[in-house]
Design a protein around this ligand. Structure first.
Ligand code: 2AM
Ligand code: CA
Length: 266
């Protein structure tokens, strides 16, 4: 039988060690490359961090599989068994430009069910973690369950990309929501924005396109707190595909879906 307490302990230990290595790298010159476009960045530290996790996991849990952004893990086409979904640095643009506002994000799933979610804000040394059925924590402090909120009082995490000319949606579709909420914010790391929804600093987070490693950890954290983690159509997130993402407090999720998102072709 899978010893989840042991996995939880090891995952936390490795995330902290990886964070220390990333902080040490601030002294060195980064090697920066681009991936799908000139703003899609990857550094040698993203790659080294993913490889660090892979060697630790392979050594300790050879039967587990790994789905990592940088592609050093396994070729994952299903979620059978234990699968670690890893983004070694979520918010690489922030990492490169600001040396802050980035996170290590990990979701550990068993047969597709989220068991352990970890989001480590490296520079603030804040670890958001959830264990299915045992609550969610910021370091040692338990995070209270998410409560309902009204649209008028809500702050929403949303990148300005989605309300200006872009190739995914008509930029006018989200404008009514932006107009009606109290405010919008953009932190540049999906994992950090999901951790901020978890802790009530923002009430919702919307993105038109994220990959599984961007939301695998946050999905577990938000679900454990009674929040909603879906696509913009309100469907469950698929951990094997890119999709739109709508992370939200309960109640507010239904209201926004009904009043603002129903007519979009996301
Ligand atoms: P990353 O830094 O790991 O690439 C930025 O608004 C957020 O979107 C970050 O979480 C970033 O993750 C993610 N992101 C950036 N480019 C992306 C892409 N091409 N596909 C999916 N997610 C992306
Ligand atoms: Ca990344």
């Amino acid at each position: 039988m899978t010893n989840w307490d042991h996995i939880d302990e090891k995952a936390k230990e490795w995330v902290k060690e990886a964070g220390r290595r990333i902080k040490d790298s601030f002294q060195k010159t980064l090697t920066i490359e681009t991936k799908s476009n000139r703003n899609d960045l990857v550094t040698d530290i993203d790659q080294a961090t993913e490889q660090f996790f892979i060697s630790k996991i392979n050594e300790t849990y050879p039967e587990h599989r790994i789905f990592g952004e940088e592609g050093f893990g396994d070729k994952i086409e299903d979620l059978d068994g234990v699968v670690w979904i890893i983004d070694p640095i979520d918010g690489t643009m922030n990492f490169v430009h600001q040396q802050r506002n980035f996170a290590i994000s990990i979701g550990i799933y068993e047969d597709g069910v989220g068991k352990i979610g970890l989001i480590y804000d490296v520079v603030h040394d804040e670890l958001y973690h959830a264990f299915q059925g045992k609550g969610a924590y910021l370091d040692d402090m338990q995070i209270p369950s998410l409560k309902e909120a009204s649209v008028q009082d809500a702050i929403i995490g949303l990148n300005a990309t989605w309300v200006t000319e872009n190739k995914r949606i008509d930029p006018s579709l989200l404008a009514p929501l932006v107009r009606d909420v109290r405010g919008t914010r953009s932190y540049g790391s999906a994992a950090i924005e999901m951790a901020y929804v978890a802790t009530g600093r923002i009430d919702a987070y919307i993105s038109l396109r994220l990959a599984p490693w961007d939301f695998a950890g946050g999905n577990i954290l938000i679900t454990e707190l009674g929040g909603k983690a879906t696509t913009l159509k309100g469907e469950d997130l698929n951990l094997l595909e890119q999709s739109s993402v709508f992370i939200c407090k309960p109640g507010l999720h239904e209201k926004i879906l009904r009043d603002y998102l129903q007519n979009g072709s996301w």
